[in-house]
Design a protein around this ligand. Structure first.
Ligand SMILES: Cc1ncc(COP(=O)(O)O)c(C=O)c1O
Length: 417
């Protein structure tokens, strides 16, 4: 390899692999029959959602702090994060006997604040957005001399994340594709540098970003890191405004392609992983699986490893994500019927619904809706469907019987009546 930064990352990753022995879980890379048959390729899942702290982030954080341990013990460390990096730093600092301060935006969900405190860090809530917390962390670093630990734009952090690639190659051997979620680019830089050092161009490294936050894709198009406007996403773990300068330089060399996935595909991947594999992952963590299931990445044959990078899902909103995913697959349907307001009419419609084994979760009969003609009523119905087919049959039969049916569920609009 002629590229010095790639050489350096690889050398450090070899060292990190040794340092992290006994510190991190060597998480499994498991073959998934279900997802393989759904996607038509051999799908393996690298389960970093089962990592200590619930995400891969402690690999980089631990190796970074370890790399200057004497100074870290004297000065302490500081970082800014509302997510998995906070817990990675807190956990690693605790293990290494280092004092850690983590600045989190005041909007950070309490479960993340509590997890970070639980690992022993001193948490400071500051600023409404990440940038304000980041500025505060740098200020603390200047004032008290604590060393700032960057979440991705640091060669030791990148090398620590790269240890994931050694584990994948040890377990799976010949890999054709490795799919990696992209935030600031630390994870994919580390994995990419190790994969390319060992496998060269035989193994493709693919970045996956949410459609609403395509920072790496835009940066590659521009030939330099560019800012994007942040919008909400289920993959909140990768909502970074910009990739790093260092990570961009590495990514340019080691990433073969970047694909985008939409929010419905992320919701669907979360619920399918839970239902089929009994695995809980967060939105950022399922981006690679979403890319495969949605067809955003078209792969013909071979062995594909999807890095499931984290499992710290917000349980207070998880049920909504699952419902959304089920709705995408027409397993939960919301129908609006407009029917004549005469006795027996609702009963007739509901007979069709129950004959197709749809289970009604909620129903509302509204005869005061001025948008429907006089003498008609609007019925809104939410039901569980045993299969997408049962749902399609129900709609067809209702329409055949003359009911006006409106559905907002994606994928059903074009259904023949
Ligand atoms: C679960 C999860 N996946 C992926 C990423 C992206 O990592 P990176 O910022 O190194 O690209 C993050 C970042 O925090 C994350 O928390």
């Amino acid at each position: 390899m002629g590229n010095t930064i790639l050489d350096k990352v690889y050398r450090l990753a070899v060292e990190a692999d040794r340092v992290l022995e006994g510190v991190v879980h060597r998480t499994p890379t498991t073959y998934s029959h279900t997802f393989s048959s759904m996607c038509g390729v051999n799908v393996y899942l690298k389960l970093e959602n089962l990592q200590k702290t619930g995400a891969f982030k402690l690999r980089g954080a631990y190796f970074k702090i370890y790399s200057f341990i004497e100074e870290a013990r004297r000065k302490g460390v500081v970082t800014a994060s509302s997510g998995n990096h906070a817990q990675g730093v807190a956990y690693s600092a605790g293990k290494l006997g280092v004092k850690a301060t983590v600045v989190m935006p005041v909007t950070t969900p309490p479960y993340k604040v509590n997890a970070t405190k639980y690992y022993g860090a001193n948490v400071m809530l500051y600023g409404d957005i990440y940038d304000e917390a980041y500025a505060k962390a740098l200020e603390i670093s200047k004032e008290v001399g604590a060393v700032f630990i960057h979440p991705f734009n640091d060669v030791h952090v990148v090398a620590g994340q790269g240890t994931i690639a050694f584990e994948i190659l040890r377990e799976v051997g010949d890999v054709d594709y490795v799919l990696v979620p992209v935030g600031g680019g630390g994870l994919i830089s580390g994995i990419g540098a190790v994969i390319k050092a060992i496998k060269g161009s035989r193994t493709k490294v693919i970045g996956v970003e949410p459609e609403v936050a395509p920072k790496l894709l835009r940066s590659l198009e521009a030939g330099k890191p560019v800012d994007i406007q942040l919008k909400p996403s289920l993959a909140d773990g990768v909502l970074t405004k910009r990739v790093g300068d260092l990570t961009f330089d590495i990514v340019k060399e080691v990433v073969d392609d970047v694909v985008l996935v939409d929010e419905d595909s992320i919701a669907r991947a979360i619920y399918l992983l839970l239902e089929r594999a009994k695995l809980l992952a967060e939105g950022a963590g399922v981006l690679p699986l979403a890319a495969l299931l949605s067809g955003a990445l078209k792969v013909r044959g071979g062995r594909v490893v999807a890095v499931i990078s984290g499992g710290n899902a917000d349980l207070t909103t998880l049920y909504r994500v699952i419902l959304r995913g089920l709705a995408v697959d027409n397993r939960i349907v919301k129908l609006t019927l407009v029917l004549r307001d005469v006795p027996g009419m609702l009963n007739e419609a509901l007979k069709v619904v129950s004959a197709n084994r749809l289970n009604i979760l909620d129903i509302r009969h509204d005869r005061f809706d001025v948008t429907v003609p006089q003498g008609y009523a609007r019925v809104e119905l939410i039901a569980e469907s045993p299969s997408p087919d049962a749902c399609s049959r129900t709609l067809k039969e209702l329409r055949n019987r003359g009911f006006k049916v409106i559905t907002n569920v994606s994928g059903l609009e074009g259904l023949k009546s």
